[in-house]
Design a binder for this molecule. Sequence first.
Ligand code: GDP
Ligand code: MN
Length: 381
Amino acid sequence: MTCSFLLYPGVLLTVLVVLSLGVLPVEVDPNGYILYCPCMGRFGNQADHFLGSLAFARSLNRTLALPAWVEFRNHAPRSTQIPFDTYFQVAPLQEYHRVITMEKFMKELAPEIWPPGERTVFCYSKRGNSGCDAKQGNPFGPFWDTYEVDFDHSELYGPLYFAPHSQFETKRWLDKYPPDKYPVMAFTGAPAQFPVNPADAPLQKYLKWSKNIEAKATKFIKENVEKPFIGLHLRNGIDWRNACDHVEQSPQMFASPQCLGQRGENGPMTYELCFPSDKTIIRQVKEAVKKYKAKTVFVATDQRDMMTELGDAFKKKVKLVKFTPSDPHVDLAILGKADFFLGNCVSTFTAFAKRERDVNDLPSGFWAFPTKSKKKTKEEL
Ligand code: GDP
Ligand code: MN
């Protein structure tokens, strides 16, 4: 009696300690870890890179640390880092491969397996004056500062490259960097190709919106959308206009292989593909509204929403809606649910919506695609 009375508070205390620490301590993965900074571009680029990095981590059988999303706000001198799970759920990714949030890795594992003084950063070749210079510039410095990481050594891994589907290349990585000698591989940039390798695009199915984003998208649709509905992505800000000025010199640009094909087998790059005219947009939306008997058109844009022009074209026969205040992730979540989607083939932002729709068997199209060959245009004249 006395004994169990004495024991009971002890057991209770242990339970309370475990509960207050969150969950049980994280076990160390003997196969090692991959960390990286999504240091190139904005959300669409980072998402392309994420899918490749996930495939790479799996090819080396290392746990992937889910990095924060890097955001650039109103010309602020330093990027803002948004924890990965603000936008996406972690659990569905575990179905494909072992992952841990960067926050959890730093808090619960880094002190033991990656302590200050033993932090090596990996890059292909020398970046600045001293090795990888992994914290030089924005968002490089701000990203690692978010986790209070400073690097002690640089490891130049070139001429290895990221080819998770090549057994030969995978073996080279495993031979050169065994997990017992290199438990943590932290990369200055994403260990992945850009744009995403088509072989990795289906991994999109493991990227499930966080409860918060999903709820906003669902609520918006419930309150504002009469179905069926068509989603549009209009990419037309000044940065885009400037980028599109270079199409003449580029057979492919950014995400364009998603429609033109890896080797351009589906047609040539054109200015319209990159920066479609209002006329092209209105014609394609009209065709789509008719085909899908759409009652609503949802517009997502970085700049010009064309509400006036679309309103004139439809004369109130369809409802035109957009999500305000502007939120890129909610926009994407809504675009993912439309009955039909029209987007910009060159944009990686469009590519995100397109991949999500592909894995859910929903149809999509692109502005000014298929591109007209020169020969056909002549015939039409
Ligand atoms: P890309 O430049 O089109 O390949 O895509 P990125 O995602 O790399 O960069 C474009 C950025 O512009 C996005 O990350 C968003 O911040 C913003 N943006 C582009 N299109 C939209 C849109 O339809 N809605 C909102 N809210 N933002 C957008
Ligand atoms: Mn971009």
